[in-house]
Design a binder for this molecule. Structure first.
Ligand code: FNR
Length: 363
């Protein structure tokens, strides 16, 4: 279908399910075992209800946000996802162009199909990027990548902490992988006797022995702010602040790691309950199941600085940079409408009082 006929993130998902190769669809859409966490990520966001305010002059609206020191036209960004080339030959470069034209930020995966320098170069001159990091068991390789990232002007490092080993993604295992490699990490997916799980095969280099004190090393080598991606409890958010992280990203890898892990929105509520002052110490980001502007507004109202969007961007990439740009506009439009209907004109005005959390407060 023509791009202009798509009007929502689920529309892009529907098209992607038909046009992606069966392997790419399986890799992108899959999640761990019974998809409990994957399904509940979205379901629980939907169980939060707005408490809109009225009569507040909502003619002019601003969605601008500063994300880790970078100006963004909206409080959402591209979550890092491996191997964007399976959706479009230009892969992560097309993503960079698509969001760059919209003033939206991109976090590049360690397992991207294109080299870091090519992706950065695809963006506009003043476009900012973040790098997601899987620490390699071969530590000098990670040091080299971090130094390269700093030299290329990458603004922050998102260290993924929810996947010391990959989750068991059965749809991905069941379809044989063509041999593909990441131009950043060098990870290769092929097949073995367990199956064709691209996620699993590309994770073989990841250091399973990573611990809290390694965060200081990553900061030192890169000279960049470090965000821990995949924090799933208040206890670990508190430790993240103690160990010098600039932020946390509440995430369960889109339900691809531990199935049954609590949905990210519950972790956000847990921070309010257990360590409300953490919002003054750390920037809090979140992802998993956000596909509507209204979904994004809920997390912002509950204290997130910005929301990561994963699969919807991969699906939009089936239309190249035009699709990425179009999805970004759709999310901005939906967010703007939701803000107006909630009675706010700036994302900074969003606050917990706008959200009725009763339905999931005792989970
Ligand atoms: C991911 N994700 C991910 N995370 C990460 O830290 N490094 C990575 O290389 C990848 N790769 C990856 C590939 C694919 C195909 C998907 C779908 C996801 C997880 C990603 O950053 C993010 O946490 C989730 O995708 C968020 O959930 P939604 O928005 O997809 O529901």
């Amino acid at each position: 279908p023509p791009l202009h006929s798509l009007i929502s993130a689920p529309d892009f998902q529907e098209v992607a399910s038909h046009v992606l190769t069966p392997k790419a669809w399986a890799f992108y859409s899959s999640a761990a075992t019974d998809l409990v966490t994957h399904t509940q990520n979205k379901a629980l966001i939907r169980r939060l209800m707005f408490r809109p305010r009225v009569l507040r002059d909502v003619k002019e609206v601003s969605m601008k946000r500063t994300i880790l020191g970078c100006e963004s036209e909206a409080p959402f960004f591209v979550s890092p996802a491996a191997m964007a080339r399976l959706a479009h030959p230009d892969g992560e470069c097309a993503l960079a162009r698509g969001v760059g034209s919209q003033g939206v930020l991109q976090c590049i995966s360690s397992n991207a199909s294109y080299p870091l320098s090519a992706i950065v170069k695809a963006g506009t001159k003043d476009q900012s990027f973040f790098l997601q990091l899987y620490v390699n068991s071969d530590r000098p390789k990670t040091a080299e990548l971090l130094q390269k990232a700093a030299a290329l002007g990458i603004k922050a490092v998102f260290v993924t902490v929810d996947a010391p080993v990959p989750g068991k993604r059965e749809a991905d295992e069941r379809i044989a992988a063509e041999a593909v490699a990441s131009a950043i990490s060098g990870a290769v997916a092929s097949n073995d006797k367990k199956g064709g799980g691209m996620g699993r095969l590309m994770a073989q280099y990841v250091d399973k022995s990573l611990i809290w004190k390694d965060i200081a090393w990553i900061k030192k080598v890169s000279g960049l702010p470090v965000i821990l991606k995949g924090v799933q409890s208040a206890a670990d958010a508190i430790m993240a602040a103690e160990y010098g992280a600039s932020g946390v990203m509440l995430s369960n890898h889109g339900g691809r790691s531990l199935d049954g892990a609590q949905p990210s929105i519950l972790v956000l509520l847990e921070l309010h309950r257990i360590c409300p002052d953490i919002f003054n110490k750390l920037e809090v980001y979140i992802d998993g199941g956000f596909e509507r502007g209204s979904d994004i507004l809920k997390a912002i109202a509950l204290g997130a600085t910005a929301v990561g969007v994963g699969r919807p961007y991969l699906y939009s990439l089936t239309y190249g940079d035009g699709g990425v740009e179009h999805l970004t506009q759709i999310l901005k439009d939906e967010l703007e409408t939701s803000m107006r209907l909630c009675g706010i004109t700036d994302v900074d005005q969003a606050h917990p009082g706008l959200i009725n959390t009763q339905d999931i407060d005792h989970m």
